[in-house]
Design a protein around this ligand. Sequence first.
Ligand SMILES: [Zn+2]
Length: 281
Amino acid sequence: MRSAVILLSAMLFAGAVPAQPFNQPLVDAAEVPETDRVENWTGKSVLVFTPHPDDDTFSMGGTLALLAEKGNDIHIVIFTNDNKGSKDPEMTRERLARIRRAEEEEACRVLGIGKERILWLGYEDGDLEYADPQRLRGEVARLIKVYRPDAVFTIDPGADWEQWHKTDHRMAAGITKDAFIAAEWHLYYPQHQLDEGLEAYSVPVAYYYYAQKPNYEVDITGVFDKKLEASAAHVSQFPPSVNKYTPELSDMVRTMLESRAREMHEADGRYVERFRREEAP
Ligand SMILES: [Zn+2]
């Protein structure tokens, strides 16, 4: 919701500092063997967590397109239904949730990911921090045990400091990281094993988007057009649709979206998406 409104409104119309850390400069770049680089992954299980059905596209749409092209097994978990981010007086929460779901499914289709791979946790937009944290952590830990991912992509909670995030993003960042621990130790949610036979699982490596200190970048030059097209699918996040809903993205907004996206992702003549990469201790 406002994630995208703020982030991309800023991107589109003001050239202002984005509301979230976004493709910040690399700090102490991680040294990763070429064969282990994300661009070269094939056949890996990848689990993505996103607060709203657009943060995944804007932060890592190119990476998702690359992973899909190479036949990786991707599942995207979306915490909220994003049903409050509209200023259209005629809009209802129910209708907005349907619109946002359809936009996310279209964006994922463009990126090569079928809608059956999107898991909606269904929390109300803006209310994630008011959910029961113990239950929410258990939901996330359970999904980690179910999918046993080779890598998790999620929003950055910060490494040795607490990173600023807007509402929903704060909770998604903290709870996902906490769930790594809960998934690793079987005594946290023993019912997962007792009820479903799910064994504990340790996430080998995490890639955090919206990182203040990214240490890793994925070259998305070859799929940048897909990222643009997927971003444009989130029509209701942009003016004028966010103020008075229309399913069409105007040529003017599309042009500005493209130009700002190029500016924000360009690095040394390539396009990149940046993450903080963290291996399991
Ligand atoms: Zn968001």
